[in-house]
Design a protein around this ligand. Sequence first.
Ligand code: NDP
Length: 241
Amino acid sequence: MTSLPLVVITGASSGIGAATARAFSAAGHPLLLIARRLAPMAALELPDAELVEADVTDTAAVSAALARAEERFGPVDLLVNNAGLMALSAVAEQDPALVQEQFDVNCVALVKNSQLVLPGMQQRGRGTIVNIGSIAGKQLYDNHVVYNGTKYAVHAMTEGLRRENAAHGVRVVLVAPGMVDTGLLGNTGEGDVLDGYNAYKKSIGGGLVPDDIAAAILTAYQQPQHVSFREIVVAPTSQDA
Ligand code: NDP
């Protein structure tokens, strides 16, 4: 069995989560990977990895997965709350189900899944939670009302959680990416909104690659436990919005 501690990554079937899984596996960590699609996680072919097909909003399923992984690999030392979705639209035209889902996945699940690991981390006096925010948690963009709302909430809750856990020796870190080439646009329907987003992205030479964000998460985690990178905003140099 490896001596490095367990790392849990939500939304590991694609994009930033999959890249983060590869990065931490290469660094020697055992993993618990959670997403609704099992096949892309299996395709990563990572050693010492528990792969769990679950919705992050299903707290009972996440809790059971965590218990199984901790039984196998020991206590979780890092939770990356990465699972998220973005559905861009004017609010008047937005599917109400997508309003609900963005808050449920991006915000509510992030807090409830953090609740599963915090008591143990506090007891051990160590551990790290990385929440994936966004540059859209710092500034407003057209057609981003709901997504902006979820990510502003992630930023606020991350800072609140950081304060709450500082005295316990537990780090809570915000990683806020700018544009990254992933599957994130898959929930924004065809049309002017999607075309505008893609046109801007093209005008700046494209987004970052998921490995760029994974490297930032790994760097923050690999600091000594008493060093907290509270907030990392990482975007293409050419991104001016
Ligand atoms: P992807 O769409 O490529 O990945 C999203 C991941 O979240 C997938 O693995 C998906 O897995 C998972 N996911 C979504 N809903 C659920 C759910 N209900 N339960 C479990 N897993 C879920 O996009 P990114 O990699 O870009 O997104 C990762 C994070 O990065 C998100 O929080 C996003 O908001 C953030 N971000 C992305 C930026 C970008 O430009 N790409 C910029 C700033 C922030 P599955 O479908 O298999 O469940």
